[in-house]
Design a protein around this ligand. Structure first.
Ligand code: DAH
Length: 357
């Protein structure tokens, strides 16, 4: 009995966790534990022997049980202490350093443009950046021999011998989305499509990838007057000015008839652009009434429906509004530039909450 007592009290004292304690409990005082087996032997003893061994065994059992529960409580205390040590929080520390990430001006301007047109009932449509030459050209009334194809500096996708899929291009403008959205929704429709476009060109105002926003409104009696109003509303909201004068200059695009390029009145005093005043004019977009052939290509009957369309450079209007001199910097991923021109991540542009914060 003394041996059993020594053995178990030592092992209980040394136990490091509850599982070990439980194993010890089972092998000492469990149903088939060593102490329990000894108790069963009492029956075989003489009454005299039993009178001594019985109380001694009971005392041993009690001693082991209370050692077990004392140790269990000690282990729980130690675990709590350890948790309190590791989970402390110093509320006197200063708050986290200022946010690092910013919203790129192109994302910001895309959100601003979307917010403005959404208010006028335009939804956002999307199309693929790699498109067939049919969507990018033919459907927009730019047939194979048309000079506009050569002027666009198109990137053609590589084709292997015997490939008889239609030729694919990196879209040179967002105008193919006009056709795709006419196909998808029919008339009437009112969409804008912001997105990346590609042309083989590179200097201070041209990069091989840039961004446009296309606009398209089709209904039964749409005219240039609607186009003019929508663009005026847009320019006032976007440049955040009360009044602005637009100049519609006759122009030519294969996909519109008539076509107009649109300039806004501005001044460049001290190199600082001011929109809405001054004697200068700044071209900001191309537009016109959708050509009947384009409506037809999109599956819409030009005898029943008319529409206006426009295409505007997002990077360009971002440069103008935020005074960014070099287009190429947009795509350099220079963190110093991004921190300077970037926008706070949580300031979503809205017409009521303010566009540019
Ligand atoms: N797609 C033309 C370009 O990239 C821009 C454009 C002009 C789009 C007139 C239009 C439009 O929808 O009506 O230069």
């Amino acid at each position: 009995m003394d041996d059993l007592k020594d053995k178990y009290l030592t092992q209980i004292a040394e136990a490091q966790d509850e599982d070990t304690l439980e194993t010890l409990r089972i092998s000492a005082v469990g149903k088939k534990g060593e102490v329990s087996l000894k108790m069963r032997e009492l029956g075989k003893m003489t009454p005299e022997e039993r009178q001594i061994a019985g109380p001694a065994l009971n005392a041993l059992k009690d001693e082991i049980n209370s050692a077990l529960s004392a140790k269990k409580a000690a282990l729980a205390d130690a675990a709590l202490d350890e948790r309190l040590r590791s989970e402390w929080l110093d509320v006197t520390l200063p708050s986290r350093p200022e946010r690092r990430g910013t919203i790129h001006p192109i994302s910001q301007v895309t959100e601003e443009v979307t917010a403005i047109f959404a208010e006028m009932g335009f939804s956002v449509a999307e199309g693929p950046r790699i498109d067939t030459d049919w969507y990018n050209f033919d459907a927009l009334n730019i047939p194979g021999h048309h000079p506009a194809r050569a002027e666009m500096d198109t990137f053609y996708m590589h084709r292997t011998e015997g490939d008889n899929r239609p030729p694919h291009v990196l879209r040179t403008h967002t105008s193919p989305v006009q056709i795709r959205s006419m196909e998808a929704t029919g008339a009437p429709t009112r969409i804008i499509c912001p997105g990346g476009v590609y042309r083989a060109d590179y200097d201070q105002t041209h990069t091989p990838m840039f961004h446009q926003v296309e606009g398209l409104a089709i209904d039964r009696d749409i005219s240039m007057a609607n186009l003019k109003w929508v663009l005026e509303e847009f320019v006032k909201a976007y440049f955040e000015v009360e009044d602005v004068e637009l100049r519609f200059r006759a122009s030519h695009f294969p996909f519109t008839e008539p076509s107009a390029e649109v300039d806004i009145r501005c001044s460049w005093e001290g190199g600082q652009l001011k929109v809405g005043e001054g004697d200068d004019w700044l071209e900001i977009l191309g537009s016109g009434m959708v050509h009947p052939k384009v409506l037809q290509a999109g599956g819409i009957d030009p005898a029943e429906w008319q529409g206006f369309a426009f295409g505007m450079g997002i990077d360009r209007i971002a440069m103008l509004k935020y005074g960014i001199p070099d287009l190429r910097a947009f795509f350099d991923s220079d963190l110093r530039w991004l921190r300077h021109y970037g926008f706070a991540a949580l300031d979503m542009p809205t017409l009521h909450g303010g566009l540019s914060g």
